[in-house]
Design a protein around this ligand. Structure first.
Ligand code: GLU
Length: 420
């Protein structure tokens, strides 16, 4: 089963499949199979109880062929080098499929923020930023939030980097607090992009938006904003989950109430939430519900060879990175389930990160309306392009997305040629 799961193998599989349809030789894609640069750091932190603890961290730049490396920082106990590698490569292809001028990177620290105080999280952030400072910068590599990090952490990263350089450098990270040059709309951007994508796929499949049932795995930034926006659009969100388990209400959950409850305190979990008509179910039951749309918005490897056969959703919109394994992809395709791939579906976050960086380097500020409209103007055509190529080449949407992305990366690399 999944014991040997290495997410980077999933990346290579889909890149190789796309490359063969594109008629590329092994040599054409050889260089993009390897991350350009990998940094492992040790982060000593004085904990609140006076002891010293050394955390392990990474920053990996998968590609800088199309522009500076770009991608988030994950704080999670399961962070490891293979995961960060895969996440960095997904960023390369994500930026390519929506055609923003970035390569891909990712970072992570092995830690559990739910068990750390704010002081400890800030200490980890500052020392980690100092350790990766030689690699990052607005023209080299631009971090952003990911699982377990948020605008506050980005503010500390920006401050640490600026202190080290001796002057204020807004553009070194995105997803910052608004007061520090954060973009209006960035906090909601990934979920908003997932909402646009969900509407696009439903329209292509002639499924109405209103009343269509949705299950969402994960109530972090992406899952909760997706729930909020899909609910607002009139979809019926029947199930949501977090680390404590899942709740299910066949008549539709009260999403505004759930979000109010969860945002009151970061320790609030769904296990203590109650509403009329809801049942508690397990995370795996949520994934296997008979709903029209399933939105995995948590971690990798959630839909795999163990459970793919039992998935009953018609459509999977991947809000998380890498939630579906390559083996599961084959099973889902045979079952006729449409998967809108992560690199397209969740690209809204990095698109608005790009807008934030553009604003920072020009010292301007756009309105939230302008940001949301520009986001739609990127997400909708990117979806159309992926749909059309998948349709004309008779491939899945994932392969379609990679046909576009791999071609852009390979062509950029070829145009630069190999140095020296
Ligand atoms: N962590 C997000 C992602 O996986 C956002 C990355 C960014 O904005 O750079 O796409």
């Amino acid at each position: 089963m999944n014991q040997t799961y290495n997410p980077y193998d999933n990346v290579l599989k889909v890149v190789e499949d796309a490359a063969s349809i594109l008629g590329y030789t092994e040599s054409d894609i050889e260089a993009i199979k390897y991350p350009e640069r990998e940094l492992k750091v040790s982060i000593p932190v004085r904990m609140d109880d006076g002891t010293t603890h050394v955390f392990e961290g990474y920053r990996i730049q998968h590609s800088t062929s199309r522009g500076p490396a770009k991608g988030g920082i994950r704080f999670h106990p399961a962070v490891n080098i293979d995961e960060v590698r895969a996440l960095s490569a997904w960023m390369t292809f994500k930026c390519a499929v929506v055609n923003i001028p970035y390569g891909g990177g990712k970072g992570g620290v092995v830690c559990d923020p739910s068990k750390l105080s704010e002081n400890e999280i800030r200490a980890i952030t500052r020392r980690y930023t100092a350790a990766i400072a030689p690699l990052i910068g607005p023209e080299q590599d631009i971090p952003a939030p990911d699982v377990g990090t948020n605008a506050g952490v980005m503010g500390w990263m920006m401050d640490t980097y600026s202190m080290l350089k001796g002057h204020c450098i807004h553009g070194v990270v995105t997803g910052k607090p608004i007061e520090l040059g954060g973009a209006l709309g960035r906090n909601e951007a990934t979920g908003r992009g997932v909402m646009f994508t969900t509407k696009n796929i439903l329209s292509r499949l002639n499924i109405p938006v209103k009343g269509t049932t949705v299950a969402i795995q994960g109530m972090g930034n992406v899952g909760s904003i997706t729930a909020k926006l899909l609910d607002k659009e009139g979809m019926k969100v029947v199930a949501v989950s977090d680390v404590s388990g899942a709740i299910y209400n066949p008549g539709g959950l009260n999403i505004p109430e759930i979000l109010k409850y969860l945002s009151k305190d970061r320790r609030n979990l769904l296990e203590n939430y109650e509403e009329e008509g809801m049942n508690r179910i397990s995370n795996s039951e949520l994934l296997e519900l008979d709903v029209t749309v399933l939105v995995p918005a948590a971690l990798e490897n959630q839909i795999n060879s163990d459970n793919a056969d039992r998935i009953r959703a018609k459509v999977i919109v991947e809000a998380a990175n890498g939630p579906t394994t390559s083996q599961a992809d084959e099973i889902l395709e045979k079952k006729g389930i449409t998967v809108v791939p992560d690199i397209l579906a969740n690209a809204g976050g990095v698109v608005v990160s790009y807008f934030e960086w553009v604003q920072n380097i020009q010292s301007v500020m756009w309105t939230e309306e302008a940001v949301n409209e520009k986001l739609k103007n990127i997400m909708d055509p990117a979806f159309e392009a992926v749909w059309n190529i998948a349709d004309s080449k008779h491939t899945t949407l994932r392969t379609g997305a990679y046909l576009i992305a791999v071609k852009r990366v390979v062509e950029a690399k070829a145009a630069r040629a190999i140095w020296p």
